[in-house]
Design a protein around this ligand. Structure first.
Ligand SMILES: [Zn+2]
Length: 372
């Protein structure tokens, strides 16, 4: 069951000492509860566990999200042995609970060229070479990063039914922590219902330059409609409409609306990339159905699971990446069940089942979960 956690390339030598107790990587996987209890005690007294990659040990920090985990001191990686893989374990655990400390996103289209002259020039010019190291992010990846960083991919029993105003503050907070290329995402993102939105739109309208800046708007979607030449998108409670030449966005939005109807009080949120060209034009769209608690509904199986879990106030979280490639990830993880932590999978033979960090639990609609 824990095969994926034991390898022969150095990871199996990984070892931590927490207040005199020794934990190998395998111990952490097999006795996760003991590991959590040890870290909770260490956290309380501000004890630094030691990474034993060097005989003298290298101090680590205990951090807490839903669970406790250890991570390296910032910029002290050089203190560890060259073959120390503690950062990989940390990112593996962090994958479960949180984001990596620095997620840098890079959106392909920073500027959209709108004047006729530039449009011609752009068409005949070879595209600017993109440095190979810079992977451009899709809008969906930006949406996923925002949701994870805002803590909206986790459900805890104290999470009230709260809707957009509360999710909006969480997303605004997250936008300050995310980098888009070399700048903060925050100034380029407007959230609907915020006082700044009107100023943000006015600024876009007044931009004089031919190359219009791409900006992002996120909020609950009220409707999408096809016209003769365009698709029109409107956010709930907003006067401004946004025009898209890509009519397929209406289908994508409809799929999210269909998913939202599977849960009470669910809504569809849109993240759109926009520029101004005599109108607010949509460059790209990403839609997500969201439960009232803020958790994204990725598919019907997720909606059915949420129904059981949220009603019974059982904590869960979505793996990072699940919003982008759901087929490659377990449906969700349950840190507290009668059988210990479990990753819920839909099929024991699916590739994602072997990638589950927690022991996989095969679940289908209508089946009870091992939680009391
Ligand atoms: Zn180390």
């Amino acid at each position: 069951m824990f095969q994926c956690l034991v390898d022969t390339t150095g990871m199996d030598r990984l070892c931590f000492i927490v207040q005199g107790e020794r934990y190998t990587r395998e111990d952490i996987a097999r006795r996760y509860d003991c590991w959590q209890a040890a870290l909770a005690r260490a956290h309380q007294v501000r004890h630094h566990p030691m990474c034993m990659c060097k005989p003298s040990g290298v101090p680590m920090v205990v951090a807490k999200r839903e669970d406790f985990f250890v991570r390296r001191f910032p910029s002290r990686g050089a203190d560890h042995a060259p073959d120390c893989r503690s950062h990989e374990l940390v990112s593996e655990l962090a994958e479960l609970q949180a984001d990596k400390p620095s997620t840098t996103l890079s959106y392909q289209a920073h500027r959209y060229v709108t004047s006729a002259v530039d449009r011609v020039r752009r068409d005949y010019r070879k595209p600017d070479p993109t440095p190979a190291a810079v992977k451009t992010s899709t809008l969906r990846e930006i949406l996923s990063a925002l949701w994870h960083r805002a803590g909206l991919c986790r459900y805890a029993p104290d999470r009230a039914r709260c809707g957009w105003p509360r999710h909006r503050s969480a997303l605004r907070f997250a936008s300050h922590q995310l980098q888009l290329s070399d700048a903060e995402l925050s100034p380029r993102l407007a959230l609907t219902g915020e006082a700044q939105l009107r100023d943000f739109l006015r600024q876009m309208e007044q931009q004089q330059s031919a190359a219009r800046e791409i900006r992002f708007i996120c909020g609950p979607l009220e409707m999408t409609k096809l016209t003769a030449n365009d698709a029109v998108l409107r956010f709930r409670g907003e006067q401004t409409a946004f025009w898209s030449q890509d009519k397929s966005c209406v289908n994508a939005a409809q799929a999210a609306f269909d998913l939202a109807t599977t849960m009470a009080r669910a809504e569809v949120y849109a993240l759109i990339a926009v520029y101004w060209d005599r109108n607010f034009r949509v460059h790209d769209t990403a839609f997500v159905a969201v439960a009232d608690e803020g958790v994204p509904i990725i598919g019907n199986l997720h909606a059915a699971l949420y129904g059981q879990l949220i009603e019974r106030q059982i904590p869960f979280f979505l793996p990072k990446g699940a919003m982008i490639e759901p087929e490659n990830y377990p449906l969700l993880s349950l840190p507290k069940t009668d059988k210990g932590p479990l990753s819920v999978v839909s099929d024991a033979d699916a590739p994602h089942a072997s990638k589950a960090f927690y022991p996989p639990f095969v679940w289908s609609i209508g089946q009870p979960l091992p939680v009391s």
